[in-house]
Design a protein around this ligand. Structure first.
Ligand code: PEP
Ligand code: MG
Length: 921
């Protein structure tokens, strides 16, 4: 331990919390101080659940450690010694005692779980002096030497190498060196399993291990229990800033200053023979949400064996069996008494926590010990089902049910799946465990680096195929469409990580023969190479050859989803619209629950399917020189415009549709190909050179700040007139058919009230003309503006004198507020994020500190002039949960986002309403 300075310790500050023997100093709600693991161990102890005694060193010690040059607060050693004494009393053994030695584990435990990202050391306290005592007490020499060789391996790797900052070359770490020795012994003995090594083999191995440690690291393996203990504690704190942990925190947005706690706990052993076992479980199935106790176990094993995914585990009970493991023995049948007790414990825990829990247990010579419980990670599909079921079981309220589902997790309910008809005829390569639902297709890659390179950099679809994954692979797993492993169970690293991210994942697919070196995969008599396509059905655990089509899920029959969204809509107070420009998108958004269109970009009729003719006519209009030429082209374009708008208005009958006038700079539409230019020149009756001259004159240095949006309407009023007429005539025609339509005419890229006034004159004139033509008194429409230029936000009080509604265009507002070109951020924003100059990409999540002020102020000033001013958002941020919460807070009437994100925005809006309610209380 680093020597404590003599500085007085703040009075009342407690750094160590004990638990065990039916009571604890901590509680479940002390996660910030004790970390998740420590807080829950304390809670279990308080509930009278059998937990091996131990103590937790608080996260404050971790913070202190990093703030004080990696030293501990004064007095910590005394507190640890006192807590260790308590453990000794409860467990009836003494740390370092030659006759009856206590062994402990040293584990990390952050506030929010970071599976496998930090270090653990087990069997701490075994030394040349305590080994004989433990052998005498356990009468199991082989077990003791096996425990000792595990300790040397782990300790040398974690404490003496990693925590010491030594970074060996790939494959040259001390752990690998020790593994080579063990492999050599196994080879010599002609055995393949670790369990086949004899006591003498292990004894000899331990000696070889110690010599190797000295040789590789230049230091002896410590033979003093307290040195081992403090070495372990230091290594856990060090691992908070290890590469893996830091990378994981970036992805999960866990703050660096939270720190980890350290849990020191009496060891119990699941590897003491056939009456011992270890396992993990979930109080409900985390893949489907079904209300069954779901778990996996291994007889005669230590916890790592299950989590590391090296041995494929067995099902805990009969009801959790699947086709995949039906033939394997369950704990329920093999150790019925221990299972009964375990089942009772998991029930008690779920009732107490009122949530699905993930538990770890060990059975030592028939006696059950609980090692961990925490709220279990689940995929989105399971999250929805559990929330709705638990509400129906009266375990939680409907508000809690809604709050339990993270908006982003809903994506998984909306996930694509493998087209069942294509699947029926496809070549099944193998089956594995369905660890992450949904469907995915991609090209096979065998290393995480390759997955990251092709998936992230080249934007290719890849599937990462590994024997098993480890925390070193997370960057590649993140970049892949899906993950497929040959080994491991539902709680293996791959499964946990994929589930957390909602990624399609299949594990334990034992039929795969993976040759990472040659980058090939043999399965079902086939050899696949890197780059070959496969398809995964993560819901069924099926792997197919080739690229099968994916289809959207069947939401109409997902009763739990529908129920949850009903509650969501009862709770939220803010509206949710969609950004849609085609009848197809509009219809899809309606299915997702959109309450209108918040942005219909008229220019989209000039892209994609069926756009050839309107695009040609638009180009003709753009290339026109005189008003007369332009009016002629517009007259030809008019019927297309009207039809396009009318189709979408019809789909959205009864709901508001915000139609934005032409926004982009015109030169974007000018063709480049000579054939197209030729065609255009001919149609206009002008020579090519003249056309080229006209096209050239449209070129701008800063088109984003150039002749676009309302500026087009100011210079070419006939362009606005034509569009407004198309909107209002479409409205009149639909009204005459008896269809209720509510168009909202929106002027883009405005920065002064006078621009709005200028265009309003056109709007009013056209309105009167259309009314006269259709013999109507008045058409129901609103006239409003985008607020996407800072000046417009600042002068919102003036803008609202003319505008009846505002829609914040946060894409441009962010661009112009930051001065970051939205089309060029790829070059620098990644560095801003890496260096933490910005917390998030401001084009994805609203920058509340800066751009947020423009929005807040714009709304307040606008409503000062017009209290009933309707306000929404139609930038990309409208579908980002954090931004939606912000929009609620500043009093928007609605958010608008792409169809697919509508349910997510609805849920985020409900969360925002719940948050506001809880604040008011
Ligand atoms: C915006 O600027 O936020 C917006 C919605 O408009 P566009 O993305 O079309 O510029
Ligand atoms: Mg814009």
């Amino acid at each position: 331990m680093a020597k404590a300075k003599t500085k007085a310790r703040p009075r009342g500050k407690k750094y160590v919390y004990s638990f065990g023997g039916g009571k604890a100093e901590g509680r479940a709600d002390m996660k910030e101080l004790l970390g998740g693991k420590g807080a829950n161990l304390a809670e279990m102890a308080n509930l009278g659940i059998p937990v091996p005694a131990g103590f937790t060193i608080t996260t404050e010690v971790c913070t202190y450690y990093y703030q004080h040059g990696r030293t501990y607060p004064p007095g910590l050693d005394k507190e640890v010694a006192a807590a260790l004494e308590k453990v000794e009393k409860i467990m009836g053994a003494k740390f370092g005692d030659v006759e009856n030695p206590l062994l402990v584990s040293v584990r990390s435990g952050a506030r929010s779980s970071m599976p496998g990202m930090m270090e653990t050391v087990l069997n701490v306290g075994l030394t040349s002096k305590t080994i004989p005592g433990l052998i005498a007490r356990t009468r199991n020499e082989r077990f003791v030497w096996d425990a000792y060789r595990r300790l040397i391996m782990m300790y040398a790797d974690v404490v003496m190498e990693k925590a010491a900052g030594i970074e060996p070359e790939d494959g040259k770490g001390v752990r690998q060196e020790l593994e080579h020795l063990m492999d050599a012994t196994k080879k010599e003995r002609g055995v393949t399993e670790d369990t086949a090594l004899t006591t003498d083999d292990l004894k000899q191995l331990c000696e070889q291990f110690k010599a190797k440690v000295q040789e590789v690291l230049g230091k002896p393996f410590p033979d003093e229990p307290l040195a081992q203990l403090w070495g372990g504690i230091g290594a856990v704190f060090q691992s908070w800033n290890g590469k893996r942990a830091v990378a994981y925190r970036r992805i999960e947005k866990i703050p660096d200053d939270w720190g980890t706690a350290v849990n020191v706990q009496a060891m119990v052993f699941g590897n003491k023979g056939e009456t011992s076992a270890t396992g993990v479980g979930f109080t409900r199935d985390p893949a489907t949400g079904r209300k069954i106790f779901y778990g996996e176990w291994l007889p005669n094993a230590q916890g790592e064996d299950v989590v590391a995914g090296i041995r494929t585990p067995l099902p805990v009970n009969e009801e959790g069996k699947t086709d995949h493991n039906r033939h394997l023995p369950s704990l329920e049948t093999k150790m019925p008494d221990a299972y009964k007790q375990l089942n009772a414990v998991q029930r008690t825990l779920e009732k107490h926590y009122r949530d699905m829990l993930d538990i770890e247990f060990t059975i030592e010579e028939g006696r059950l010990w609980m090692l961990q419980c925490r709220v279990g990670k689940r995929n989105g599909v399971a999250a929805v089902k559990m929330a709705v079921d638990m509400c129906k079981e009266k375990l939680i309220t409907k508000e809690e049910a809604v709050a339990r589902v993270k908006p982003d997790a809903l994506i998984q309910v909306l996930l694509p799946m493998v087209d069942p008809t294509a699947e029926r005829g496809a070549k099944l390569l193998a089956k594995g465990l369905p660890a992450g639902p949904g469907g995915a297709h991609g090209m096979v890659v065998f290393t995480a680096d390759e997955a990251a390179r092709r998936g992230k950099e080249l934007k290719e679809k890849v599937i990462l195929v590994r024997n098993e994954t480890s925390p070193e692979d997370v960057h590649g797993m993140h970049a892949a469409q899906a993950i497929l492993t040959a080994k491991g169970g539902m709680t293996s690293h791959a499964a946990l990580v994929a589930r957390g991210w909602g990624k399609c994942c299949i594990v334990g697919c034992s039929a795969l023969e993976i040759d990472t070196h040659n980058r090939t995969l043999r399965v079902a008599g086939k050899e696949l190479k890197e780059g070959d396509w496969i398809t995964l059905n993560g819901t069924a655990g099926a792997v197919y050859e080739g690229k099968l089509p994916l289809i959207d899920p069947d939401l109409e029959h997902n009763t739990e989803y529908l129920q949850l969204m009903k509650w969501v809509d009862q709770i939220r107070t803010m509206g949710v619209r969609t950004n849609a420009d085609t009848p197809k998108d509009a219809a899809r958004a309606l299915q997702f629950g959109a309450e209108g269109i918040g942005l219909f970009r008229t220019e989209h009729m000039f892209y994609g399917e069926g756009s050839d003719q309107p695009l040609f006519l638009l180009r003709k209009m753009i290339a026109s020189k005189t008003e007369e030429e332009r009016r002629k082209a517009l007259a030809e374009l008019y019927p297309f415009m009207k039809e396009d708008i009318k189709k979408t208005l019809r789909v959205m009958a009864g709901k508001p549709v915000t139609i934005r006038l032409l926004d982009p700079p015109l030169h974007e539409f000018v063709p480049h190909e000579p054939a197209r230019l030729q065609e255009l020149a001919a149609s206009l009756g002008i020579p090519m050179e003249e056309l080229q001259k006209r096209a050239e004159s449209l070129r701008e240095s800063n088109p984003m700040m150039g002749h676009r949006g309302v500026r087009l309407g100011i210079t070419y009023p006939e362009v606005s007139e034509c569009q407004i007429r198309a909107i209002l005539e479409a409205t009149a025609e639909l009204l005459t058919e008896g269809i209720k339509v509510l168009p909202e005419i929106m002027i883009p890229v405005t920065c002064t009230k006078t621009e709005l006034d200028d265009q309003l004159v056109i709007c009013k004139r056209v309105h009167d003309e259309v009314c006269a033509k259709f013999n109507l008194k008045k058409l129901p429409y609103l006239y409003g503006t985008m607020i996407e230029i800072p000046r417009a936000a600042l002068t919102a009080d003036k803008m609202a004198e003319t505008a009846e509604f505002f829609s914040f265009g946060t894409n441009d507002l962010t661009q112009m507020g930051f001065g970051f070109s939205r089309d060029d951020i790829g070059g620098f924003v990644p560095d801003y994020l890496k260096k933490k100059i910005l917390p998030d990409d401001p084009f994805q999540t609203i920058d509340q500190e800066g751009i947020g002020q423009l929005i807040d102020l714009g709304i307040q000033r606008g409503r000062k002039t017009r209290p009933q001013l309707k306000v929404g958002i139609c930038g990309e941020h409208g579908g980002d949960p954090e931004s939606v919460m912000f929009c609620h807070r500043v009093g928007m009437n609605y958010v608008s986002c792409s169809p697919f994100r509508v349910p997510i925005a609805r849920l985020a809006a409900a969360h925002a309403a719940l948050k506001e309610k809880s604040k008011k209380k």
